[in-house]
Design a protein around this ligand. Structure first.
Ligand code: NAD
Length: 248
């Protein structure tokens, strides 16, 4: 069956809420045994219970993607077949006023963190000689820009190029590395903004005239994570209701 992940193990970073929690549920529903990771292990209990309650397999791990020791600890056991680099942060300070501490936080999490996790994943996959799939969660802001999101856009553009570089180097180990570039997806964190007039105006600029829902990303995730995407590596899949092709 296309997208079947029975017998596979998966890791999702930043899985305590938002898209990460949804990705973990989607992979578990497809049959994978999923490790949900976040800085605070206790923040993951609800998500893990939900997956197990609906018949899936899941466990929790503490992971700060910016800390190499923490990353190494998560990869100290068996390798994962699928790794979803989802943890991410943003800042909305205009570039002219941006403090280096904000720049560092966004780049350290979104780019260096994704590198540390992908490298640790690839080392373990290579050693086990069974390959795997790494899915980096980038953004349409890695391709175009929006105001007051400079470090975020830079980090996601870097993540797309990192995806291609890793894909090139690791294909020989049967490791596939791809990215998903979501457009604006509705989550509890941004619901207030999209209910406001500026948020509604933004939605009117999306050709499909609606926000993405978390489930709109399931197709791309399962394609890249499973054998259905076995000849895909170095790709970035845009899932944005046509936002990137909005009229200039
Ligand atoms: P979110 O803030 O709800 O989730 C981000 C998660 O990352 C949180 O659980 C947070 O705790 C975790 N995290 C942050 N720093 C971490 C660290 N150092 N170590 C481990 N975990 C850490 O945001 P979201 O909307 O669910 O976004 C998830 C991913 O999707 C991000 O990479 C984001 O850039 C990307 N994305 C989201 C949208 C959207 O519209 N929601 C669009 C495009 C891309």
């Amino acid at each position: 069956m296309i997208g079947d992940l029975s017998g596979k193990t998966a890791l999702v970073t930043g899985a305590s809420g938002g898209l990460g929690a949804h990705f973990a549920q989607t992979l578990a529903k497809a049959g994978a045994s999923v490790t949900l990771a976040a800085r605070r292990r206790d923040a993951l209990e609800e998500q893990v219970d939900e997956i197990i309650g609906s018949g899936g397999r899941a466990n929790a791990a503490a992971l700060d993607v910016t800390d190499p020791t923490s990353v190494a600890a998560v990869f100290s056991n068996d390798p994962f077949d699928i790794v979803v680099n989802n943890a991410g942060v943003q800042t909305t300070t205009p570039a002219i006023a941006l403090e280096t501490v904000e720049w560092d936080k966004v780049l350290d999490t979104n780019l260096k963190g994704a590198f540390l996790v992908a490298q640790a994943a690839a080392k373990a996959m290579k050693e086990a000689e069974r390959g795997g799939s790494i899915v980096n969660i980038a953004s349409i802001l890695g391709i175009r820009v929006a105001g007051a999101l400079m470090p975020y856009a830079v980090s996601k553009a870097g993540l797309i190029q990192m995806t291609r570089s890793m894909a090139l180097e690791w294909a020989r180990y049967a490791i596939r590395v791809n990215a998903i570039c979501p457009g604006y997806i509705e989550t509890p964190l941004n619901a207030d903004f999209f209910g406001s007039e500026p948020g509604q105006a933004l939605i009117r600029r999306i050709p499909q005239r609606r926000l993405g829902q978390e489930s709109d990303l399931d197709g791309a995730l399962l394609l890249l994570a499973s054998d259905a995407g076995r000849y895909m590596t170095g790709s970035d899949i845009v899932v944005d209701g046509g936002h990137l092709v909005s009229s200039l």
